[in-house]
Design a binder for this molecule. Structure first.
Ligand code: HEC
Length: 166
């Protein structure tokens, strides 16, 4: 019981600490995700990659998706390709192109991962919120990416029950 209470308090503190770590300032104007259990039912291809590929409608009826910009044949926008062939390798444990930024995806630490800042915060410190000029991901879609990073950013499908809380 005591262990549980301590663990919960630590989890509340951790995001604030990791935002501050080594940066001085963290991202601001971030959306508050719904609290609840982190989903351990994560499949990179169908859950995470899907978010990069699916077109979203902007306010003017145009369809926009991550891979409009973040795609080959060269390095892709800002040296980050989000097409299925290479996105995982370009994200997980990879340094950002912005000097001083945290890694794009730091396993187990969404609040210390630039990818999550970029989809969760109006001011992600480095550059603009994605999709650049919108539309942004819904809270549910942001939570899917948060959960994937939180459970360790697996490339294969993974099922973990009762892992962590958001
Ligand atoms: C209209 C073009 C465009 C679209 C669409 C777009 N981006 Fe970006 N993205 C950029 C540009 C330009 C940069 C570099 C400047 C910056 O960081 O804001 C960037 C930077 C990034 C970075 C930081 C890379 C690094 O190493 O610093 C991430 C992560 C990212 N985008 C993720 C996404 C995701 C996820 C989506 C879809 C939800 C998306 N982007 C959609 C143009 C785009």
């Amino acid at each position: 019981m005591l262990g549980h209470v301590l663990r919960s308090s630590l989890l509340l503190l951790l995001p604030a600490l990791s935002h501050a770590a080594g940066l001085g300032t963290g991202p601001t104007s971030c959306d508050q995700l719904p609290t609840g259990a982190v989903s351990g039912n994560v499949n990179y291809a169908t859950v995470v990659q899907f978010q990069f590929d699916v077109p979203r409608l902007d306010g003017m009826g145009n369809e926009r998706k991550c891979t409009d910009c973040h795609i080959g044949p060269g390095a892709g926008t800002w040296n980050l390709r989000l097409d299925a062939a290479v996105s995982y390798d370009q994200l997980v444990n990879q340094p950002s192109t912005h000097s001083g930024a945290p890694p794009r995806v730091r396993r187990g630490d969404p609040n210390g991962s630039l990818l999550f800042w970029k989809i969760n915060c109006d001011d992600p410190v480095y550059g603009a919120r994605m999709i650049q000029d919108g539309p942004f991901l819904t809270l549910a879609q942001q939570a899917l990416i948060y959960d994937w990073i939180k459970v360790g950013a697996p490339q294969e499908s993974l099922m973990v029950i009762g892992f962590e809380s958001r």
